[in-house]
Design a protein around this ligand. Sequence first.
Ligand code: HEC
Length: 326
Amino acid sequence: MSVANLGRRATLLLLPALLVGAVMAGAGKKASAEDTDPTAKKERCATRVAIAFTGKETTPAISADPQGSVDALVADPAFVERFSRFINHEFNETPGAMEKEDASYFLMKYVLENKLPYKDMFLGQFKVDGNMQGNQTTVTADPEGLGYFRSQPWLLRYAGNELEGYKLVTAYRLMQNTVGLTLVASTNAPGAAIDTAARTSNPGCVGCHGPADKAGAAPWFALDRAARVLTKVRRQGNTVTFTPPTEAPQMVADKMVNNDKELVQALVDSPNFSFNVCRLTFKFLYGRAENVCESKVFDACVNEFKSKGTIQSALVSVAKDPGFCQ
Ligand code: HEC
């Protein structure tokens, strides 16, 4: 893939209104008696709401007022479990080798149960950790916390293998988790061809990694710039340590940032953050990305999320729209 293509692809991924998938299910189908019978329609709506939120069949309470029951469903333990698993699946390519590595699952659960703002996932003062065996994972208060981004099991999981200790894998995860950036790494095989100098000068690499030259043009997500404001990883035998960054500040996410916290803050403050919340909302409720005909519902979701801050508010706004049950 050429660098120009990469740039375009990354931009496209961040513009929800341009997403494809405009084919409407059932378009052109003739309305049948069942479609118009209000009782059957309401029961279909109840099933849809119940499955979407809890993964289970409808209950008398949901059947009585399907879309009206959505406010209560976002506090239902079955929903909390289902949504936390969904987020963990979206934020990690595979399940963690140990339970405590699935920090996004545990913190999502905590944030939902305590009705906290969604941004606390990434900026809240927490620590997500377990015991030596990797179990009994808990969320605890930690003034040094940055969501789960400074929790040891997560840091170790995503430290990467870059030869000089630049945490490119961490840098990418931070962006993927917060704003949904999706890049397909073209290579991560260790060896001479992938040293830092090659990566930040080779035209086939700078489109994602950014040039070594600080003033050089780079995409907002330039992975090597982001990695330069994170700690570096050092491995000696079985011992892994993280050393403070020495090459900050860097221009990333359209801001000059000095450290991980400022980088995450810049990502959370960007419009891509609320877009990604509503993209996740659609994916959870519909099992697919939003399509062009849904831009009104999508924009309403973004506005609702911006004013209330909880991911529950985004889910409620989409699920209460009449379109959800049509
Ligand atoms: C399409 C964007 C893209 C391009 C182009 C790209 N990379 Fe990457 N690179 C990534 C991403 C994303 C990661 C993080 C991978 C991960 O999370 O596993 C990465 C990670 C790396 C790593 C670190 C792997 C680790 O385990 O720490 C190296 C080294 C690397 N890339 C080298 C290169 C080189 C050399 C080139 C050019 C030949 C290149 N990359 C081109 C996206 C890209």
